[in-house]
Ligand binder design. Structure first.
Ligand SMILES: CC(C)(COP(=O)(O)OP(=O)(O)OC[C@H]1O[C@@H](n2cnc3c(N)ncnc32)[C@H](O)[C@@H]1OP(=O)(O)O)[C@@H](O)C(=O)NCCC(=O)NCCS
Length: 150
């Protein structure tokens, strides 16, 4: 099944608000407010490039991919619930190599909250741990950084 990434640019699909709200609910109020800003305030759209993930032509979720020096940073990644738990997440990250190459990036990088389990997903996809930063965004907010060469 073909996986593709359509830049959202100024457009926002109707399902996005619910997906972002549902995804960030457990990340805390700071991230909830931040997500609202970066997804729905046009001033920030260029800074946080959002892509609609398409699988076999169907909308499957959203990913923000930011080129930073040699890294393509996965800044936000969420699949619509019906696409989760089917082994698609790792395939989508493999397909994101296309976006990385277009920006001349050499690796994918992501940071995850230490208190949540999402890093296990990235480890399962072949990412390696490269660091931990204390109080990265908020007090008591340790972030674990992971990367994967492409
Ligand atoms: C996180 C997400 C993108 C993963 O995609 P997915 O297609 O559901 O994941 P996969 O089916 O490819 O899972 C691959 C492996 O990661 C594990 N995994 C997936 N999500 C996980 C999580 N949140 N915590 C721990 N492990 C997880 C799976 O159990 C699987 O392990 P296995 O290979 O041992 O069976 C998806 O579940 C999602 O959109 N979740 C809600 C948003 C979210 O939490 N985003 C966090 C990313 S920063």
């Amino acid at each position: 099944m073909e996986i593709s990434f359509a830049p959202m640019k100024q457009r926002r699909p109707s399902w996005l608000a619910l997906l972002v709200k549902g995804t960030t609910r457990r990340w805390g109020s700071v991230w909830q407010a931040h997500a609202k800003k970066i997804f729905f305030d046009k001033k920030y759209f260029a800074l946080y490039p959002a892509y609609e993930i398409k699988i076999g032509g169907k909308s499957a979720g959203v990913i923000i991919l930011r080129p930073e020096v040699q890294a393509l940073v996965i800044y936000f990644f969420s699949l619509l619930p019906e696409f989760r738990g089917k082994g698609l997440g790792c395939k989508i990250l493999s397909a994101a190599k296309k976006v990385a190459k277009a920006h001349n990036c050499k690796f994918l990088r992501v940071d995850t909250y230490a208190k949540f389990t999402s890093r296990k997903f990235y480890l399962a996809c072949g990412f390696k741990k490269c660091g931990r930063v204390k109080n990265y965004n908020e007090t008591d907010d340790d972030q674990i950084f992971l990367y994967k060469r492409i």
